[in-house]
Write a protein that binds this ligand. Structure first.
Ligand SMILES: NC(=O)c1ccc[n+]([C@@H]2O[C@H](COP(=O)([O-])OP(=O)(O)OC[C@H]3O[C@@H](n4cnc5c(N)ncnc54)[C@H](O)[C@@H]3O)[C@@H](O)[C@H]2O)c1
Length: 422
């Protein structure tokens, strides 16, 4: 690791970080953090592609943890997930921690409530994003520790609901981990601490990129499958369930910018569909959005996200430029020893046990989520959107009941100038 562009020595940084951690530990010692040294009993809701991996990461990263309850809309997804877990390299070692019996395996729209009502300390929330505000609110009300996949909402009302619930979780000293895994990676943590300490001078500009390929879950609408089921199974393509790519994927990069620069004062964004046809498979999302965020100190962040077909240029990362150098936000420290998504499960459990720093990423990642939503709304409407405007927005996709989403038909992508921001 190079110290050449910073006035702060690595040893000085580590000493301060260790001091901060031990003061957190002292502060945390008398706080309620769940299961102490006993077994941590977890339930999971949403066991698709990511949910299956979350089970593996949670169980393989930690001792004295058990998965005692599983929920998903569809039985076939539960069967597939359990096969994936058992056939994984970690499968034999974690088999004994898989304790969800038939009575604690739930399907249907009320599976979330049933998992939450099981005898659990921790709930892992890995359903599509539209569900997150209602799930997080209910989990905090039930005083459960939380791991929630990003993004934390798809609309401004939802993001504000999560901010409020995350603050309440903090008051209750509930751990609230979020699948914004860069926040758990030592190389990001230490590099960003050094950037904030002046390692690259005053920040003058920032960049965030998520130039990726598309994520449809189904290639066509099977005969006989209801519109509702098709949309839920193909959720990344529908703005009202997945939020659009900038919200659902580019949040990883925008979250790093939020971590360094805080909330923006405004954004202007543009985007559209360069190649995606308007049909069931591709839903109503844009296939590209570029945004310019302005922060209260005048710094500008350019962000670029797109879902272009394989063979196009791809890029995923961040760049911050300062008066004395530049950083990829992870290049001033060595990589951590564990895969990022295992590390986040380790940090989560240590926080619950009171054996590591308290983790509550809820408010911070709800703010990053809000940044992505304000950029999407700017691109859709053609308007400049300020932080005050998005914090007062009444837009809410989340339906009054979870089995009534989303609106019927395939709505076309938003037309700037016609689409009304509200
Ligand atoms: N951190 C990361 O790098 C990362 C990577 C991929 C996905 N994710 C996030 O993980 C979440 C899930 O993504 P995925 O790729 O696993 O999607 P997926 O479609 O593969 O799985 C979602 C699962 O949730 C179930 N489900 C849907 N609605 C439900 C409901 N109301 N109640 C119970 N179950 C319900 C579906 O049946 C499905 O099994 C998303 O928020 C996504 O953004 C994060």
């Amino acid at each position: 690791m190079s110290d050449s562009c910073g006035s702060v020595s690595r040893r000085g940084f580590i000493q301060r970080a260790a001091g901060a951690e031990s003061s957190l530990l002292i502060a945390r010692a008398e706080l309620m953090r769940g299961a102490g040294n006993g077994k941590i009993r977890a339930g999971i809701v949403g066991v698709g592609l990511r949910g299956a991996q979350t089970i593996i990461e949670f169980l393989s990263g930690n001792d004295d943890v058990e998965l005692v309850s599983i929920g998903d809309l569809y039985p076939d997804n539960i069967e597939k997930a359990l096969r994936t877990v058992r056939n994984s390299a970690e499968g034999p070692a974690i088999e004994s921690k898989l304790k969800a019996d038939r009575e604690h395996t739930f399907t249907g729209f009320d599976s979330f409530e049933k998992v939450l009502a099981s005898d659990i300390d921790l709930i892992l929330l890995v359903t599509p994003p539209v569900n997150r505000p209602r799930e997080v609110e209910a989990a905090v009300a039930a005083r459960k520790h939380i791991f929630a996949e990003k993004p934390l909402a798809v609309d401004p009302v939802g993001a504000r609901r999560v901010m409020a619930a995350a603050s309440k979780a903090e008051d209750l000293k509930l751990t609230f981990g979020v699948g914004a895994q860069r926040r758990s990676q030592p190389e990001y943590q230490e590099t960003i601490a050094r950037i904030k300490d002046g390692a690259i001078g005053e920040i003058v500009a920032a960049y965030a990129y998520n130039l990726a390929s598309p994520l449809p879950r189904l290639n066509e609408k099977p005969a006989g499958m209801s519109e509702l089921e098709f949309k839920i199974r193909n959720w990344p393509q529908y703005v009202s369930i997945g939020g659009d790519q900038i919200v659902e994927q580019h949040i990883h990069n925008i979250d790093v910018i939020q971590w360094i620069l805080g909330r923006p004062s405004k954004v202007v964004a543009m985007g559209g569909r360069a190649w995606m046809p308007s049909n069931w498979v591709y839903g109503d999302k844009y296939d590209h959005i570029s945004a310019e965020f302005t922060f209260p100190n005048g710094v500008i962040c350019s962000s670029h996200s797109r879902h272009y077909r394989k063979g196009c240029f791809m890029r995923n990362g961040e760049l911050v430029v300062g008066t004395k150098g530049r950083s990829s936000c992870q290049d001033l420290a060595p990589r951590g020893p564990l895969p990022p998504k295992v590390q986040e499960q380790v940090n989560l459990v240590k926080s619950i046990r009171g054996q590591g720093p308290y983790v509550n990423l809820g408010v911070a990642v709800a703010e990053s989520t809000m940044m992505t939503i304000m950029a999407r709304e700017s691109a859709f409407s053609g308007q400049e959107i300020t932080w005050e405007m998005i914090m007062e927005s009444t837009l809410e996709f989340a339906p009054p009941a979870p089995d009534r989403l989303p609106p019927s038909g395939v709505p076309g992508p938003a037309a700037p100038g016609q689409y009304q921001f509200r």
